[in-house]
Write a protein that binds this ligand. Structure first.
Ligand code: CU
Length: 379
């Protein structure tokens, strides 16, 4: 472990020189890039609609929701508490002072329907080191809400936006300048799904429904190492700032993982399904391109761009999700067993960590696949 007193002054000075804010420098830097004054706090009255409070849950799980909306548009209330916390990225000493929405990497999944309003209360506890905000790619205007949601430690803010685009979308912290990639690559991102009111459909307009929905957040981390090749441990959030920026500039992640850590979705943490069940997998990557692939299965229906306004592609082997986007793939499992769900840059999957498992129960179908004869000496 490196001596904190050795790092802190250097980090703070360099952060200040860079004009980007750890808590103290934050306000000044933020105001040059994102003006809080540019958009006045709205005096608009809330639409007279039913209000529903959505309880957020930790990934890869998602809140209870209707696939087809009953009734008209609603105001969906969600509350997120920002948490700056250490998370273990791997079991070899790799850890990070993650910047999180509601304590998880990725942040919790939100589900609404087209025409609903999202009313988010964002709380930044006084114990935080930094200011934060949220940019919803699903929203319209004001930097995706980023201009209206900057909260210093000890503050909370309420943002309401109308979900007018159906699809799956990334949200992320965007406090200005270099702090944007710093916060995003420290885990401060998540996804929201805006379902069409009458549900998902295939290209012919036939209804598509799912039995399970899993939410995979792919995260690139840039963890600094010391001269001995050991991951550096830091005493507080933000202290890794200068070292992290140095690694980020190489554009070479130390880790590319699903749900915040190597193995977060493998082994005992494998995603579960049964033969005959249809699973919708939402895959989000806030910073970097990716290419999900289900080994031994397919994307029966794929919205790679994430837009539910467009018909899904069908029968895909691998689909491309651009950095800064979420995509969705639907598959009905036909065989039991273990499936790997990977970023099919296989170096990123198997060396950097971007892999998950599905454990599927059910009856094997010999017609789909059979081992005609066991391995034996060549005759
Ligand atoms: Cu942040």
């Amino acid at each position: 472990m490196r001596d904190v007193t050795e790092i802190q002054p250097t980090v703070t000075r360099r952060a200040l020189l860079a004009g980007v804010g750890l808590a103290a420098a934050g306000a000044a830097a933020g105001s040059t890039l994102i003006s809080k004054q540019a958009v006045a706090t709205s005096t608009a009255k809330a639409p007279d609609l039913p209000r529903v409070r959505q309880t957020l849950v930790a990934p890869p799980f998602v809140p209870d929701h209707e696939q087809v909306a009953t009734g008209g548009p609603k105001i969906i209330e969600v509350e997120m508490v920002i948490e700056e916390k250490i998370i273990q990225v791997d079991n070899d000493g790799a850890e990070i002072w993650a910047l999180t929405f509601h304590g998880s990497v990725p942040g919790p999944f939100i589900v609404v329907h087209e025409g609903d309003y999202v009313e988010l209360t964002l709380k930044n506890p006084a114990s935080s080191a930094m200011e934060h905000n949220i940019d919803f790619h699903a929203s319209t205007g004001a930097m995706g809400g980023g201009e209206l949601t900057i909260v210093a430690p000890g503050e909370q803010v309420v943002l309401r936006f109308k979900a007018i685009k159906p699809g799956v979308f990334v949200y992320h912290c965007a406090p200005g300048g270099v702090m944007v990639p710093y916060h995003v690559t420290h885990g401060m991102n998540g996804a929201i799904m805006v379902l069409p009111r009458d549900g998902l459909k295939d290209r012919d307009g036939k209804r598509l429904s799912y039995d399970r929905l899993y939410y995979v957040g792919e995260q690139d981390f840039y963890l600094p190492k010391d001269e001995d090749g050991e991951y550096i441990k830091y005493e507080s959030a933000g202290e890794d700032y200068a070292d992290s920026i140095d690694v980020m500039k190489t554009l070479t992640p130390s880790h590319i993982v699903f749900n915040g850590a190597v193995g977060a979705l493998t082994g005992d943490n494998a995603l579960k399904a049964k033969v005959g069940e249809t699973v919708l997998i939402v895959h989000a990557q806030a910073n970097r391109d990716t290419r999900p692939h289900l080994i031994g299965g397919h994307g029966d229906y794929v919205w790679a761009s994430g837009s539910f306004s467009d018909p899904p592609e069908t029968g895909n082997e691998t689909w491309f999700i651009a950095g800064g986007a979420a995509g969705a793939a639907m598959y009905t499992f036909k065989q039991p067993g273990l499936y790997a769900y990977v970023n099919h840059n296989l170096i990123e999957a198997l060396i950097k960590g971007a892999a998950a498992h599905f454990h599927v129960e059910g009856e094997w179908d010999d017609d789909l696949m059979t081992q005609v004869s066991k391995p034996e000496p060549i005759k």
